[in-house]
Design a protein around this ligand. Structure first.
Ligand SMILES: C[S@@+](CC[C@H](N)C(=O)[O-])C[C@H]1O[C@@H](n2cnc3c(N)ncnc32)[C@H](O)[C@@H]1O
Length: 468
């Protein structure tokens, strides 16, 4: 039986998915080129292997794994959709004699067997934080895909390998912190391969997130992780550009953020923004819970309200004409949302896909106490509990620094999503306050500065222009 047949079964299953169930159970079936590439990450062996496929869909992943494995190998596939479970059965029967398809939820099956090869493209869906008990203590998961991965890793035998097709979101941010720490403790991270152009590779599935392959194995951490920062499904992975990097060079901070490239050498001399005594917080006003205090006009004893709509290049402007109320009444005074007058660097929390930059920083100098919407981050020199405004020059220098290409590239290496998390920004490499002041002196913030002008000024100041 040729791979075309397994591919045909998959294509027919993909074409006949019921739209409701597809949405409810996240049925995004892996195309053959990606399946082949995922399976190619398993270490070849002459010995029969026990294969597990969690959320098997058409069975494509375990079928391709079994087809490449020695006679005598076996497959257990778990799929909760009865129709797809049948499709899995017919794919798998083409290539393997010892097949068990279980038509249940992954979380209802007690997996007592230890597996040599676990493969999965799980559902991607946010869930309310849940603690999964593991042999190594509980781990908090916030998404179905990490819940599946915890189950997959737990099912591995010593020396067993797991390949997963998942979004890139686990690598950064607060939500996945617990999972990252657990996984990096539990197994060896062997391969990271990020598909940058998702629409192209999952064409018929309309997937909007950045997708990647991860390979982990149940053995001590491998010396070098293979990282494919721009994987393409058209050619074998090993023929594509990649780097072999020590895990340590990919990890950042106590939250163990994983980036897809080692640190840019231009940034290696800088401490983090937190090391410089600065702190990143998120705007405190959630507008829909505070509708009663929003005001379209300035009220006596009221306060200005800043949204991302008030970001105009590197400056915060207030008031602006938009459909958001620009003021709050003094009704907010008891709600602990007012920030003290002074200078800040404000940063968007969400960027649009079409925006050329992920990070959009704007300088704010307010002579009165003000309120920031929850879709803005702000940098200050206090703590998580107490907001203390920045020295004015530091606020300007930081806005310029965060507007540089080197920082935008840095952020893209750690985050594949359009969100800009305060947790990630706290790990941002940052010059000292004195250096930020010098930067503000070299380039006035209100100038209509082009990207190249900002980059050149920063490059000259830190003398990497000649070096790069
Ligand atoms: C993203 S699809 C991938 C399917 C297949 N592995 C592939 O790569 O083409 C996820 C699959 O998991 C199934 N699924 C969702 N929740 C499940 C659960 N709790 N237990 C078992 N299967 C589940 C869905 O029905 C769907 O077939």
């Amino acid at each position: 039986m040729t791979s075309k047949t397994i591919a045909q079964i998959r294509n027919e299953a993909a074409a006949s998915l019921s739209p409701e169930r597809q949405q409810q159970w996240e049925q995004f079936l892996t195309p053959m080129p990606i399946a082949e590439q995922a399976v190619s990450l398993f270490t070849p062996t002459d010995k029969p292997v026990r294969i597990l496929d969690l959320g098997s869909g058409s069975g494509i992943l375990s079928a391709v794994t079994a087809r490449r494995s020695t006679r005598g190998s076996s497959v257990v596939a778990i799929e909760q959709d009865a129709d797809l479970a049948q499709v899995s059965e017919s794919s798998l029967r083409q290539v393997c004699e010892d097949v068990t398809v279980i038509n249940k939820s992954v979380f209802e099956v007690l997996l007592d067997t230890q597996f040599d090869r676990v493969i999965l493209n799980p559902p991607y869906k946010k869930i309310s934080p849940t603690v999964i008990a593991t042999s190594n203590g509980g781990v908090k998961v916030t998404n179905l895909y990490t819940a599946f991965l915890v189950t997959a890793i737990q099912a591995l035998d010593e020396g067993g390998e797991c390949v997963a097709i998942i979004p890139r979101s686990w690598m950064n941010g607060d939500y996945f912190k617990d999972f990252r720490k657990w996984m990096l403790n539990e197994c060896s991270l062997d391969v990271l391969a990020v598909y940058r152009s998702r629409q192209e590779h999952f064409k018929d599935m309309n997937i909007l997130q950045e997708i990647m392959l991860v390979k982990v194995s149940k053995r001590p951490q491998t010396k070098k992780v293979s990282v494919y920062a721009e994987a393409m499904p058209v050619a074998p992975l090993e023929s594509q550009p990649h780097e072999s990097v020590a895990l340590k060079a990919l990890l950042m901070g106590r939250d163990r953020i994983v980036r897809i490239q080692p640190q840019d050498p231009r940034l290696s001399g800088f401490g983090t923004i937190s090391d410089q005594g600065l702190w990143v917080s998120t705007g405190k006003l959630v507008w829909f819970r505070n509708r009663d205090v929003l005001s379209a006009v300035e009220r006596p004893k009221g306060h200005p309200l800043y949204w991302s709509d008030n970001q105009n290049g590197m400056m915060m402007v207030h008031p602006v004409e938009c459909d958001r109320e620009q003021w709050v009444t003094d009704g907010v005074d008891s709600r602990n949302v007012i920030l003290p007058a002074g200078s800040y660097c404000m940063v968007n929390r969400f960027s649009a896909k079409e925006q050329s930059r992920r990070i959009h920083a704007s300088y704010l100098c307010s002579s009165v106490g003000f309120v920031a919407d929850n879709k803005l981050n702000y940098v200050h020199q206090g703590t998580s509990r107490r907001t203390v405004p920045l020295d004015d020059k530091v606020a300007c220098g930081l806005t310029l620094w965060m507007s540089s290409s080197v920082i935008d590239e840095w952020y893209r290496q750690i985050s594949g999503s359009t969100q800009v998390n305060a947790t990630d920004l706290r790990q941002m490499p940052c010059p000292t306050k004195a250096q930020l002041t010098a930067l503000a002196d070299s380039l006035p913030i209100d100038a209509d500065a082009s990207q190249s002008h900002i980059d050149e000024t920063i490059g000259r100041l830190f003398s990497w222009v000649q070096a790069s």
